[in-house]
Design a protein around this ligand. Structure first.
Ligand code: CP
Ligand code: NVA
Length: 323
């Protein structure tokens, strides 16, 4: 099924009011508003703890794939806000196999006040949202990773402030993480460049969406095959796994194709002096990111991972807490 055609079925009002499925569903103002709330909730947490905004509320967390950050950060976010999270493993639910997606959505909506799901097929996230009467949060699909992008925008703003015109360079596969990062950059007025091997581009329709957004915000978009071109003047260098979950059989082939796209000290030296290096993690060390860079002065990979907690609290507070 065509992902963008499906996206059209979700009216902006429906998506904004009820679910968190795609960065592009939200206006720049709404995204900044979520980021401001994340900053407030982060301060509140470190100043003695969050108010129990989600007291008595439960989040059902449906996973078709493994996770460390998404699972733990959502579970702790619910706990810090006074609520409860339930982890539902791939083996337990059998989404779309043991039971139809529509039935799972309608059953869970009677037990929990929100559903967070990590799926293979993006259409399953859309179907959950369509059939669930409670909010659905996209915890990653093969198409996108909007919670990651919102959290990453928080990390970038913490380092560089809210000014437009930052240069964000993604080096590697035009995957789910790259796609959501491109959309959040376009929304927030940051210039986005990507360098990927031929044949590993971000979906053309997602690029068209980004171009439309960039026209409104003044962001620029540039697409390269040469990583050295992409990182020139970069304030942020971002990379991710060369083989995503579900592509394990292609890992050896991808290791060869992507070898020139490794983020190493030499590439980082070609960017701005105060460049930050980001990775959504899990990292395949000394493949897409060398140890010295991952653990070096430019790296923000751990604060970046920790910001998942704070950004997702903002999403949960808005969608489940009525904030
Ligand atoms: N970045 C991220 O989503 O990590 P997990 O796969 O561990 O959740
Ligand atoms: N692109 C990676 C992101 C993991 C958080 C994947 O989909 O496996």
């Amino acid at each position: 099924m065509d992902v963008q055609a499906m996206q059209v079925k979700v009216s902006p009002q429906f998506a904004v009011k009820k679910d968190f499925l795609h960065i592009a569903d939200f206006s720049a103002e709404e995204l900044q508003d979520l980021l401001n709330l994340a900053i407030d909730l982060k301060k509140e947490y470190f100043n003695g703890g969050n108010a129990p905004l989600l007291k008595g509320k439960a989040l059902a967390m449906v996973f078709q794939k493994p996770s460390l950050r998404t699972r733990v950060s959502f579970e702790m976010a619910m706990q810090h806000l006074g609520g409860h999270a339930m982890y539902l493993s791939p083996a337990e639910i059998g989404l779309g196999q043991r039971e139809s997606v529509a039935d799972v959505a309608r059953v869970l909506a009677g037990y929990a006040q929100g559903i967070m799901a990590r799926v293979f097929a993006h259409e399953h996230i859309l179907e959950l949202a369509e059939w669930s009467s409670v909010p659905v949060v996209n915890g990653l699909s093969d198409y996108n990773h909007p919670c990651q992008a919102l959290s990453d925008a928080l990390t970038i703003q913490e380092r560089f402030g809210k000014a437009k015109g930052l240069n964000v360079a993604f080096v590697g596969d035009g995957n789910n993480v790259a796609l959501s990062l491109m959309h959040v950059c376009a929304k927030l007025g940051w210039n986005f460049t990507i360098a990927n091997p031929v044949g590993y581009e971000i979906s053309a329709k997602a690029v068209e969406i980004a171009k439309g957004i960039a026209c409104e915000t003044g962001a620029s978009l540039a697409f390269y095959n040469d990583p050295h071109e992409a990182v020139k003047n970069a304030d942020v260098i971002y990379t991710d796994a060369w083989a995503s979950m579900g592509q394990e059989a292609e890992a050896a082939k991808r290791d060869e194709i992507f070898a020139p796209y490794q983020v190493n000290a030499q590439l980082v030296d070609e960017a701005r002096k105060d460049v930050i290096v980001m990775h959504c993690l899990p990292a395949h060390r000394n493949h897409e990111l060398t140890d010295d860079v991952a653990d070096g002065l430019h790296s923000v990979i751990f604060p970046q991972a920790h910001n998942r907690l704070h950004a997702q609290k903002a999403i949960l507070a808005r969608l489940l807490g009525g904030l």
